[in-house]
Design a binder for this molecule. Structure first.
Ligand SMILES: Nc1ncnc2c1ncn2[C@@H]1O[C@H](COP(=O)(O)OP(=O)(O)OP(=O)(O)O)[C@@H](O)[C@H]1O
Ligand SMILES: [Mg+2]
Length: 234
């Protein structure tokens, strides 16, 4: 299952994402945790120190590798440069499984040990002032969108994404990739209007989202997972 945490800045997205990831890990579920926020704090919330968090490989800086692997031998994608974040998988494309080793995880994921087992953590990478132009910013989150487009999650496997603050989470098609989206709100008079506006943005595209979720589930196969002891070697 692919799950997103969205909401206003400071509402508690990272805190809830990390608690949910810890809960899943404690139940023994395989988890890919993704930090797709401009403020990269998921690593720290999962217990990494500053140095470890700073050393996480940035997906945004490894787009050519990600694209090249995912396009595989798909004859309709002539080169990695021709691939954009919404390019769907087709004949010859490579799909990713939650529990496998592949060059994308090798380059972009790191194991984080939690009570109950390890999860794979992937991060878009720090956003700089220069990244905050539309093209650059979305090229970083585009790496996550490509990953989700090609990720086949089996029963009881999870991808949990800590999204960026506010309605920017809905500024690209990425929100249509999720089976479940948690809208986090402060229980205050200031917090509730932001929920109303986010919900109306989300509802406008609900039919797309439902279609996408159905299609996503239809693609799901029951990928069996290696044992937890094997997964801790990520
Ligand atoms: N349920 C809660 N009760 C009290 N404080 C909370 C709660 N959840 C989170 N916080 C605190 O609120 C602050 C913001 O939380 P968090 O970083 O999770 O929000 P965020 O939505 O991820 O923020 P950002 O938009 O900056 O990424 C943190 O200091 C956190 O410890
Ligand atoms: Mg956050």
């Amino acid at each position: 299952m692919k799950i997103a945490f969205v909401g206003k800045g400071g509402s508690g997205k990272t805190t809830l994402s990390s608690l949910f990831i810890r809960h899943l890990a404690a139940t023994g579920a395989p988890v890919i945790a993704v930090d797709a926020d401009i403020n990269q704090h998921l690593g720290a919330a999962l217990g990494l120190d500053e140095e470890q968090a700073a050393g996480l490989p940035a997906m945004g800086g490894r787009l050519p590798l990600i694209k090249d692997y995912l396009r595989g031998t798909n004859p309709r994608i002539a080169s990695a440069e021709k691939m954009i974040k919404t390019t769907p998988p087709g004949d010859g494309s490579r799909l990713l499984r939650v529990c496998e080793d592949n060059p994308v995880y090798e380059a972009c994921a790191r194991a984080v040990e939690l009570d109950g087992g390890a999860v794979r953590l992937m991060v878009t990478g720090q956003f700089t002032e220069a990244d905050l132009g539309v093209a650059c910013y979305h090229s970083k989150t585009g790496a996550v969108e490509l990953l989700l487009n090609h990720l086949v999650d089996g029963r009881d496997e999870y991808a949990v994404v800590d999204m960026t603050a506010g309605s920017d989470s809905f500024a690209s098609g990425m929100f249509t990739r999720f089976d479940m989206t948690f809208l986090v709100a402060e229980p205050t008079r200031k917090g509730s209007p932001s929920i109303a506006s986010t919900r109306s943005t989300h509802t406008t595209s609900a039919s797309t989202s439902r279609w996408s979720a159905t299609r996503s589930r239809a693609r799901t196969t029951s990928t069996s997972c290696a044992s937890r002891s094997a997964t801790t070697s990520w």
